[in-house]
Write a protein that binds this ligand. Structure first.
Ligand code: FAD
Length: 359
């Protein structure tokens, strides 16, 4: 039988959330390893379209310990800036990232968790899963989806406006990806934007830093039995400069969802049809948690039930970075830090604060 490699903490995923956990593990003197499926640093940012802009200036898009340097081009950082930052961050703190290693399954053992990968097995007393969402694109079901003659793509496939020059494109979705992609596609293609409910732009003053502050205030309010303002009470779309520009030229007009997809395009609810060359589904992602399925974790509202970041039915497992359910704004660079610090403190036996239960 092959011996397992061992570490006190095995972190699965080397994106921003995995690195934030790594920073605090390193600081705590923990014996740990980070296993990452990518062959280079940067996590999901490596795959984002070139014009994507972060929600906040560099100093508010930073992991613990070291701020993202101001961008050379001025303005909000791009996905490439985020990749550069995460690459340097990993080196700066000498984080023990092993790649490419894909974790296939996590299983229970008496004294910890067994992590099965495509290159061997690891045994961890604790596991922190930080695998993100990019790897599980979500497309809702609509009648006729398999019939269309034109192209269907998801945000995850989008790499820029060039292939759509002069085409008729239907963009589906009411979030940030849809708004940012629409903003640039509408300058080269005939775009139709469809959303399930009218899109809601956040006020111009709300950026990533303000979102983080709001999420934090709301969590504190919930902890003392008050409701607090939810971000979704204010809107869904951050008005980054390209989105403001599109708004100001009237390109951000949305139609209600179509009724079905036809061979040549879509049919609206009144029965009229519209042809298109492509449908672009900017309909989000789901947490990439396939590797955890052997654990049969208890679920709540489709998510793993947690207390803070600890899985309720497997206390040796923590989930970090997937969304507000794993810490306020924990899917952002600025938000990952606080939750990572609390997670590591709990694992190392000195919790910093009481945690919220998601059940
Ligand atoms: P990821 O970056 O996805 O990293 C997970 C890592 O785990 C990857 O390297 C992956 O390969 C690896 N992995 C996955 N499965 C396995 C496995 N089974 N075994 C081993 N490794 C595995 N965020 C911000 O902070 N600020 C912003 O301004 C911002 N703006 C955004 C704008 C738009 C339009 C969009 C779409 C997103 C934006 N985000 C922003 C969100 C951000 O892109 C992601 O939330 C972030 O990359 C998530 O980081 P993560 O570390 O949790 O996951």
């Amino acid at each position: 039988m092959t011996a397992h490699q061992r570490a006190h903490v095995v972190v699965i995923g080397g994106g921003q959330a995995g690195l934030a956990a790594g920073f605090y593990l390193r600081r705590a003197g923990a014996d740990f390893v980070i296993l990452d499926a990518q062959d280079k640093p940067g996590g999901a940012w490596r795959h984002a379209w070139p014009s994507l802009r972060l929600f906040s200036p560099a100093q508010y898009s930073s992991l613990p310990g070291w701020m993202m340097p101001p961008t050379p081009h001025g303005g909000y950082p791009t996905a490439a800036d985020a990749v550069g930052y995460l690459t340097d961050y990993e080196q700066r703190y000498d984080l023990p990232v092993i790649r490419p290693v894909t974790v296939r399954a996590v299983r229970r053992e008496d004294d910890g968790l067994l992590v099965e990968t495509d290159t061997g097995t690891w045994h961890g007393r604790y596991v922190i899963s930080t695998t993100g969402t990019w790897w599980r694109p979500y497309i809702p079901h609509y009648p006729g989806r398999g019939d269309i003659g034109g192209q269907q793509l998801h945000t995850a496939d989008y790499s820029g406006p060039e292939p759509f020059q002069g085409q008729n494109v239907i963009i589906v979705g009411g979030g940030n990806s849809a708004a940012q992609i629409l903003a640039e596609l509408s300058t080269v293609a005939n775009t139709t934007w469809v959303t399930r409910r009218p899109p809601r732009l956040l006020p111009d003053a709300i950026d990533g830093k303000a979102l983080f502050d709001l999420a934090t205030r709301r969590q504190h309010a919930l902890a003392v039995g008050e409701t607090g303002t939810s971000i979704s009470d204010l809107g869904d779309i951050v008005a980054v400069p390209s989105v403001r520009d599109a708004r100001d030229r009237g390109a951000l007009k949305a139609e209600p969802m179509f009724a079905r997809i036809t061979r040549t395009g879509v049919a609206w609810r009144d029965g009229t049809e519209q042809s298109c060359d492509a449908i672009l589904w900017c309909t989000g992602f789901r947490p990439a948690l396939l590797h955890l399925s052997p654990l049969r974790l208890r679920r709540h509202n489709g998510l793993v039930a947690t207390e803070g970041t600890r899985a309720l039915t497997e206390p040796r497992l923590h989930l970090l970075g997937y969304g507000d359910w794993t810490g306020p704004a924990s899917a952002t660079l600025i938000g990952a830090s606080r939750t990572a610090r609390a997670t590591v403190a709990e694992i190392m036996g000195h919790p910093t604060r009481s945690t919220t239960r998601t059940t």
